[in-house]
Design a protein around this ligand. Sequence first.
Ligand code: KG4
Ligand code: ZN
Length: 349
Amino acid sequence: MSNRELVVLGIESSCDETGVGIVRGNTLLANVISSSMDQHAIFGGVVPEVAARAHLEALLPVMDEALSNAEITLDQVDAIAVTNGPGLAGALMVGIGAAKALAVATGKPIYAVNHLVGHVAADILAQGKVSTPTIALLVSGGHTSLLLVNDLLKDVVLLGETIDDAAGEAFDKVARVLGLKYPGGPEIDRAAAGGNPAAIRFPRGLSLPKDMSQHRYDFSFSGLKTAVARHVELAESKQEQINLSDVAASFREAVVDVLVTKAINACKEYGVNRLLLGGGVIANARLREYASEKCLAEGIELRIPPLSLCTDNGAMIAVLGSQLIQAGAAPSSLAFSAESTLDVRKVQS
Ligand code: KG4
Ligand code: ZN
């Protein structure tokens, strides 16, 4: 059997999704996800200890289901891949512990891989490859990163990231301010339907000329969150009702505008005519629409993998492990650990 056809089982547990994915070469065999989102809802955001415990409970059932969906047994798995960062340390440790135990018990090689690069690798499952070079915009509840990917395994550059809240976190926090449920993204998307995105000019974080030297490709959403809170407080102090649709649409527009503008600027500056989107916030209808319009206007090819591959999942981890194997990389030593702030340049630990 050639390396291309090796079966890799990937485990993802960096945030609140327990994911197990199975690939053969570059082909998806199974992708099972269990989310602990409901358990975090009453807190309005992901609680690390709750997430870690949920991973512990979900991992074995999720793995059994993935094997069953792939119609294989554990014996037929050739290698194990696992996320070792970036992410929540306690949550990562659960996946890593399980992956190491599996590797030791079965004698199979293990590959510790980078979660962010995994998001980029997800496109392989959608189109058989990641076309490079590409700019990648990764937006979720846990991260907001802009990457220049020259080579998936050898040359990934972090151009910028959020200096405070992640994009999804901003949706979640603003939803709370507006009295909407958690997770906030879908709620705000719904509330924004029919609203006027130009009704209120909310601030675009780190987008002023003075920000361009230090923070050209960084993001900040805390000022925007405060601006929405002020808008609501002001209305309350005057005993007026806010126009929920207009506020939601204007807030969403501010987030989407900053994300897409910075991503397109990066494409232009680096001479890359490709943009890949990843992360749970990609579910946002306006983000996809705005990115499509701007990319079309600039002659940039836009790649959006199916949402099931954009949100955190084990399949993207499995397929990244598979790329390492196909490239002849040696397995990771069992000494690797969870690295909550793992550098994007470190594809394998
Ligand atoms: O990648 P993901 O599923 O997992 C974590 O980061 O844990 O992303 C979840 C995040 C949440 O913050 C949620 O509010 C956001 O993605 N999200 C959205 C939408 N759907 C989910 N944000 C904006 N618009 C949406 N439609
Ligand atoms: Zn992620």
